[in-house]
Write a protein that binds this ligand. Structure first.
Ligand code: ADP
Length: 153
């Protein structure tokens, strides 16, 4: 069984994440969206909220699930028998950052392969960080978010 993990903080999950997860999920038997938790990192949305938005977004996709983890992503992969890590690439900056992480993960755990998927051009500017800034300043972000996210009024 080919199992993949798509890790991130999803604070909140965007339409860019949604697109990569759905496209990648067709390549694997099972796709686990892993929400990495880090006690030192301040999040805008609670873990429960982020989990529930991801569940709602993929409620119709039977091979996509969500789980939170702490510690190394490769340890989370091993725990779930996942041999693949999926990451999305928006730009050269993403590539530089992501390639370093992938190389180090591969050194630590050669059985886990990182697979990169390119974002669709229409989503390449969408980043959770910018979405959070817009929310803080009272802007409308619906068009940037995954379909399961509802921010209330
Ligand atoms: P973190 O949660 O670690 O800050 P992100 O949530 O920004 O990371 O991203 C998790 C993964 O999703 C990364 O591989 C990132 O490149 C990818 N990603 C983020 N936004 C997009 C997008 N708009 N299109 C494609 N991939 C994206």
């Amino acid at each position: 069984m080919r199992i993949a993990v798509f890790p991130g903080s999803f604070d909140p999950i965007t339409i860019g994440h949604q697109d990569i997860i759905e496209r990648a999920s067709t390549l694997f038997d099972k796709m686990i969206v892993g929400i990495g938790t880090n006690a030192n990192k301040q999040h805008m949305f609670t873990l429960e909220q982020r989990v529930s938005w991801i569940e709602k977004t993929f409620e119709a996709n039977s091979n996509i699930s969500v789980a939170a983890y702490s510690g190394l992503t490769i340890d989370f992969c091993k725990k779930n028998n996942a041999n693949y890590l999926v990451r999305g690439l928006r730009s050269f900056t993403d590539f530089e950052y992501e390639s370093a992480i992938a190389q180090m993960n591969h050194k630590m755990s050669p059985v886990i392969e990182t697979i990169f998927m390119l974002t669709k051009p229409e989503y390449d500017a969408i980043a959770s960080t910018i979405v959070r800034d817009i929310i803080r300043n009272g802007g409308e972000v619906k068009q940037f978010l995954a379909r399961g996210v509802s921010l209330g009024v």
